[in-house]
Write a protein that binds this ligand. Structure first.
Ligand SMILES: [Zn+2]
Length: 218
């Protein structure tokens, strides 16, 4: 379930996650799905469910493919020939699908990423890939927001970074408090976007959010 404020995230959490001591075998994963099917009250041996464990395990490979990618390495290739371009670079409405780490329920939303270059820029598809790498892990929205911003800051060393995420959490809409239509907004501002109100206002107007109360206290 979404939490009310962003915890601080250390930079060491930005790279590859620690690998568990022993990865379960595929057969163990299939058996775990069968156990959950029995726990739900059904019979994994009935015809309609026979292929389900295999499909679930393959879905997990897709949902959680971000654990196998190093986001820092992903951004390493930068370009310096910008002809002195020193204004904001913003990529809006990057759709993402993630899963909350508390319920493994989908989180679906949009990420807006912006930075103020300091000589170096990165290919825009890399920004989208960066979002993808963190989305394809178990997440809470606050952590994902901070991880994207911190990684960009660390690798590009720009003058400012802004990341805003708007998302719906299915753990809130399909279970628990059952509140459909609720969107959570989180933001992380670094450098000039954090310290300079004018730059902050400019970037927020570029990415289409007006910096309301929800944005300001994250
Ligand atoms: Zn949840």
């Amino acid at each position: 379930m979404p939490r009310a404020f962003a915890p601080s995230v250390s930079r060491s959490e930005n790279s590859l996650q620690p690998v568990p001591a022993r990865r379960p075998t595929r057969e163990e994963a299939l058996e775990a799905v069968r156990t959950l099917l029995r726990w739900a009250g059904d019979d994994p041996r009935r015809e309609g469910l026979l292929g389900t464990p295999d499909r679930v395990v393959r879905s997990y490979e897709e949902f959680f493919s971000g654990y196998g990618v190093d986001p820092v390495a992903l951004l390493q290739r930068t370009f310096e020939e910008t002809d002195g371009y020193d204004e904001i670079v913003a990529l809006r409405d990057i759709r993402f699908e993630s899963h909350c780490e508390h319920h493994i329920a989908p989180i679906i939303g949009k990420v807006h990423v912006a930075y103020l270059p300091n000589k170096r820029v990165v290919g825009i598809s890399k920004l989208a890939r960066l979002v993808e790498v963190y989305a394809k892990r178990l997440q809470i929205q606050e952590k994902m927001t901070a991880q994207i911003a911190n990684t960009l800051d660390e690798v590009l060393q720009p003058k400012g970074v802004a990341v805003v995420i708007e998302a719906a959490h299915q753990c809130m809409t399909t279970r628990g408090v059952h509140k459909p239509g609720v969107t959570m907004v989180t933001s992380r501002m670094l450098g000039a976007f954090r310290d300079d109100p004018l730059s902050r206002r400019e970037v927020l107007s570029m990415i289409g959010t007006q910096g309301g109360a929800k944005l300001d206290n994250v």
